[in-house]
Design a protein around this ligand. Sequence first.
Ligand code: SAM
Length: 286
Amino acid sequence: MSVMDLPPLREVIAAHGLRADKRFGQHFLLDLNLTAKIARLCGDMSHASVFEVGPGPGGLTRALLAEGAGEVVAVEKDARFLPALEEIGEAASPGRLQIVRADALKVAEDKVETRFSTRLLASNLPYNVGTALLIKWLTADPVWWSRLVLMFQKEVAERVVATVGDPQYGRLAILAAAAAQPRFAFTLPARAFTPPPKVDSAVVVVDPLPSDQRFGDLEALSIVTESAFGQRRKTLRKSLAAAAGKAGASAEALLQCAEIDPSARAETINPAGFMRLATAWREARG
Ligand code: SAM
């Protein structure tokens, strides 16, 4: 038997009584054209191990295997899905599906043994932890992934790819730009999911920047952007006071060092400006 011969997902969901649980952000994608479209965004996966966070009943898992992933490492928190996932593992050739029952927020992906050293990640992300997971992967050291293919709520996807001047521009866009090259792939209407969520979704493809172009202190960048955008209507002189205090400096001094006008607001400063600010923060902190 191959993955293509497995019973339809709706039958599997009914047979195993897999009702979607809101606490785990469960919205299943059962349309084979859409799961294949997402899997193809991974590019050539034949010599790669593809992490999938939240496989659920396994729609995207099947697509990743059918589109030629060398291995899929499926990380699922909800044990109810394990029998359905094991059936997929049995249908795929031996060793192509590794199932990890864990909270993806706590998994150290670089420590998981995989068949291939090239590692990608594809996920229809649980909404409640999507942003936290992206920040975890962007700031991962070492960078273990060569591509992330991620489905978010559309509004979050727009925040990832936003540039200065866009209404969605903020901390997520700056962290993404400092570590990677994100691009918007396509939108999916809420009705594509079972059960449909309240909002539309969108897929973003994130490729890491070459190591010499990646900003070296994402921790400092995370701290200054959190402070600056935490009170985004205030001037930077005010909104940065808390973060500057942690470094034992004044906001004015850090902003001067970074050549940023203290009366500017966070939303007008491009990622390069925030990277200078993060460097100034780190130097002050020592
Ligand atoms: N991949 C399936 C699909 O596309 O139909 C399900 C996607 S559903 C939006 C999100 C999945 O993530 C669920 O299976 C849920 O149980 C799982 N999940 C939620 N929180 C998780 C976490 N912290 N770690 C791992 N999996 C999680």
